[in-house]
Design a protein around this ligand. Structure first.
Ligand SMILES: [Zn+2]
Length: 272
């Protein structure tokens, strides 16, 4: 869309005007944008080297917003993006974290231990249970979350390496709904990124909004691999991109909510 409102000053900006702001102002204000009509959170993306003009987009618009038609969303296909999860609603879904075959486990620094609540999480045999498990990569699950909103409400069970099984509806958490009650929980954090910035150590931070809101951190040594895997030329392409990351929620001393991915295989990015 051509225009967006910035909460910092309440002004409605044209994308070209916003692009001309001093960079420090722009970096701060781009995290506080919304659609002027429906109020949905928005993002700003600078002009691309390939010639695409600076633009705003919604993350997303509320239903029925008249400005939605201006967002010419162009989802760029990634690998392994089938939607058959939806056609097999009774199946269990095994999240495949091995990019290229090797299976991986997820560990929490905060020790979300098995059986903390006294429940037996693991199937140990004995009861009859249909063995109908489908393996899906993160990129495939991200596409399903985007294209089939009802999937995130599903009661289907997810199996994640080294984690208790969990229902789909309990596992995937929209970036804008992350809250401190989920501290130390491993979840699938997903949604549209407002902007991406390098930290002082060259780690990469994918933000969901203004300072203090949830961010996903890619450690320095993983950035190049992740950018390459999703064919990202620069951080700017990540503004307004969809992301799904699996990690535990951390909260800093000053209340910042974030997660740090443990492996390049624990994140999927889908450009718009
Ligand atoms: Zn809107």
């Amino acid at each position: 869309m051509d225009i967006a409102r910035c909460a910092e000053d309440g002004q409605i900006y044209l994308a070209v005007t916003f692009a001309a702001l001093p960079s420090l102002d722009l970096e701060r204000m781009r995290q506080q944008l919304s659609c002027p009509e429906c109020g949905g959170p928005a993002f700003f993306r600078k002009a691309s080297r390939s010639g695409r003009a600076a633009c705003f987009g919604a993350r997303p618009h509320h239903p029925g917003c008249n400005l939605a038609a201006q967002d010419t969303e162009r989802v760029i296909e990634g690998e392994g993006t089938d939607l058959d999860v939806l056609n097999n609603p009774a199946e269990r879904i095994v999240i495949d974290l091995g990019f290229g075959g090797r299976s991986q486990e997820i560990h929490s620094d905060h020790n979300e231990a098995y059986g903390q609540t006294g429940r037996a999480y693991r199937y140990t045999g004995g009861n009859h249970r249909p063995d109908a498990r489908m393996h899906r990569r993160l990129s495939s699950l991200l596409r399903t979350l985007i294209e089939a909103p009802y999937f995130s409400e599903s009661q289907q069970l997810l199996e994640i390496p080294n984690q208790p099984e969990i229902r789909v509806c309990d596992f995937f958490v929209p970036l804008l709904e992350v809250n401190s009650s989920l501290q130390s929980k491993i979840r699938g954090w997903w949604g549209l990124v407002s902007d991406a910035k390098n930290g002082s150590d060259n780690s990469l931070w994918l933000n969901s909004g203004r300072k203090g809101t949830f961010s996903i951190c890619l450690p320095t040594d993983m950035c190049a691999l992740v950018l390459d895997r999703f064919r990202l030329e620069d951080n700017e392409q990540i503004a307004g991109a969809y992301v799904l990351a699996i990690a535990d929620l951390r909260i800093s001393a000053n209340g910042k909510m974030y997660c740090v991915i443990e492996s390049p295989n624990h994140i999927a990015i889908r450009l718009t």
